[in-house]
Ligand binder design. Structure first.
Ligand code: PMP
Length: 326
């Protein structure tokens, strides 16, 4: 979103500058603010990395105009890359595990990309492998590989974080964000720790995900319905830096689902399950700080609501917890 006061040349100019809105369930003394990333043209936080990574890769000569970008993705990154690819003169191919939302796959195709499905049981690891195989078969093809590409977190260091700090005049006490690739959290955490070394950083994952292994814990692996965050295989992630994280919080699917419904009903936010999980963790950090159980350099918590519930209506996101397919 921009101020939209002047005509813009391209849809790429509408990426970023999203609104930062207060979450009213937080204690008065420690407000929580959420960055509403569904305001981007592809309706998710991933438009930021689509634009940023492709522009930098073209500048560096990793790929040239007319070349192909191939990415393993749960969906939103595909949409973000597809939005940017066409405008920058690139072809886009996405490798998506079957279980991910059909809406996302339709949108990638509508944006002119090719979508290839891999079996759900092969997980993101299977999709990553297939993407590299395909790239090896083509001339001038590149795999940005969001799970391993520093440009992913750099996009958030360069855009998401400074926008938040500007909106709050630098007064940010804690940064809380869901981790899929962890690009969003890592970019914001690095920026935040530079502003204030004691900035509290909380990584959010669904219960059953394995990010806590980075903190030396042995979480119990299980399936989860929350989409876009978490990992079954931390080894495929090269961005997550435990040094930049104070807490890894696992949120139960049921709590994320209750919260995403509450956010719609009470606060007017049509956000999805990863935002529900981020809100649960953010409210908890704010409540602990308000009680005096947690010391923050400023009395505020910021988080990101990565996308919109409309993307998951076919999975029954607003039905009962049992009926939500996740
Ligand atoms: N929520 C949703 C819905 C997502 O698609 C993603 C990206 N996988 C995230 C959160 C997490 O973002 P990141 O990859 O930057 O950790």
């Amino acid at each position: 979103m921009t101020t939209h006061r002047e005509p813009l040349d391209s849809v790429l100019d509408t990426i970023g500058e999203t609104p930062l809105v207060r979450v009213h369930a937080a204690p008065e003394s420690v407000p929580v603010y959420a960055k509403l990333e569904s305001f981007n043209p592809g309706a998710s936080v991933k438009d930021r990395i689509g634009k940023y990574m492709l522009e930098r890769m073209l500048e560096r000569g990793d790929v040239s105009e007319g070349g192909t970008v191939i990415e393993p993705t749960a969906g939103n990154t595909g949409i973000g890359i597809a939005v940017a690819a066409r405008q920058l003169g690139l072809q886009a191919v996405f490798v998506v595990p079957e279980r991910f939302s059909k809406e996302k796959q339709q949108l990638m195709r509508a944006l002119g990309a090719e979508v290839i499905n891999t079996p759900t049981d092969d997980g993101m690891g299977g999709a990553i492998e297939r993407a590299h195989e395909l790239a090896a078969e083509l001339d001038d093809a590149v795999v940005p590989q969001q799970f391993a590409n520093p440009l992913n977190s750099e996009a958030h260091y360069a855009t998401t974080a400074p926008e938040i700090y500007e909106a709050l005049d630098g007064e940010v006490g804690a940064i809380v964000a869901g981790c899929g690739t962890a690009g969003t959290l890592m970019g914001m955490a690095r920026y935040g720790r530079e502003q204030h070394p004691d900035t509290y950083v909380c990584a959010v994952e669904p219960e059953g995900s394995m990010y806590a292994a980075f903190a030396g814990e042995s979480p119990e692996e299980a399936d989860y319905k929350t989409e876009g965050i978490g990992t079954h295989n931390p080894a495929t992630n090269e961005l997550f830096d435990p040094e930049l994280v104070d807490e890894i919080r696992a949120v139960a699917d049921r709590d994320a689902h209750d919260e995403l419904k509450r956010l719609a009903r009470e606060e007017g936010h049509l956000v999805a399950s990863s935002a529900g999980a981020a809100a649960v963790a953010s409210l908890d950090v704010a409540e602990r700080a308000a009680r005096g159980d947690l010391d923050l350099p400023h009395d505020s918590v910021v988080t990101v609501f990565p996308d919109s519930a409309e993307r998951y209506l076919s999975k029954g996101i607003y039905r009962s917890f049992e009926q939500w397919e996740g």
